[in-house]
Design a protein around this ligand. Sequence first.
Ligand code: F3S
Length: 413
Amino acid sequence: MRLTREEKEMLEGKYGYPVQKSMEILVGLGECYDAERMIPVASAHLLDSLSIGKAGALFNEEMADKGGKFVTFTDANPLSIEPYSWEDLGFSEGSVREQMAIIHNYTRMGLFLSNTCTPYLVGHYPRPGEHIAWSESSAVIFANSVLGARTNREGGFSSLAAALTGRVPEYGYHLDRNRYGDLEILVTANLKDIHDYGALGYFTGKVAKDKVPVLIGIPPSVSQDELKHLGAAEAASGSVALYHVVGVTPEAPTREAAFGPKKARDWETFELGEKELRETKELLSKATTRETDLVVFGCPHASIGEIKEIAQLLLGKKLNSGVELWISTSWIVKSYAEKMGHMDIIEAAGARILCETCPSAMPWGFLKGRGHKVAATNSAKLAFYLTGGQHDLSMHYGSTERCVEAATSGVWK
Ligand code: F3S
């Protein structure tokens, strides 16, 4: 790789151990992907849940102990525990201590404490064309696709290294040539709400895998929340990091612009009609019993608009005994909900807003340990993650309204 004089000095240790170690990581990564040079980044988004593992936590502690400081605007993803009501929710003291140590070390390096997977909802809003180093697949795909910023799907180590040096190797989605469409998704189904868009995303991720899909047939009135759920699901069922919606997203004013130099013979077209939409929802809704004991919203973290909708649906109602309803969001959006009165309605119904946490990143066996067996959600990403791995719950997938109905009746209808 061609390094500037300053970057060579970073690598030689002139700016201290954390910068040197970080530059070693970034040069190694750049060489793997044949990057020719480093480019400056305008911000970084880090992973800070317990999923970074012992190695990640030790590395982060070492960087903080040796004086590492973030040189670009840096924030981080949700935690594995809920820091405000952890005891009440049943998180162990050990997991809270471990989690807080990670955050403490990041804070020593200058972390902006938003702890959310929707940083763009709380002021971390990159400009079109801006190079950034973000981890968290749902945030990456939103930044690339909806905001037109440029980032690869960074991991824990590479995003931390970028935060400490202000650099990333130039490869992947930082380059124009990798941002054009690879396949087409023709949407002929009538999409009505975020759970329909999540199903479209799940379908798209499955066929696109790690390629760039171009979606055609989505109305310009599509909302930011719908695009958020669309992208999160694409990044969950596949490893999509960038999508285009013709007539909607910034790099796709037309179909031609979205595909760039490619010709129609270069790509395959897939159709999502009513049949595919129904089949995808069935795939996500695997529970065999109609009972529900946990309803979860806010994956990705809920916007104030989503919270308002849930509060309106809960107005004057009570949750069925034995059912919990959680809305996951950032502390900043929660404070809007408090100020606007939504929080009072939600709490009066017996539901709660969880802050700075991620239901999917909660410790191994935590949900089952609380007695949860069958959950319901309007998030395709969460339906995917809660059914497998450490959680292994049965899942109902449906609209926000249907989920609230299940929370108040205890039955999925
Ligand atoms: Fe966010 Fe966790 Fe969902 S990080 S996107 S709430 S899986």
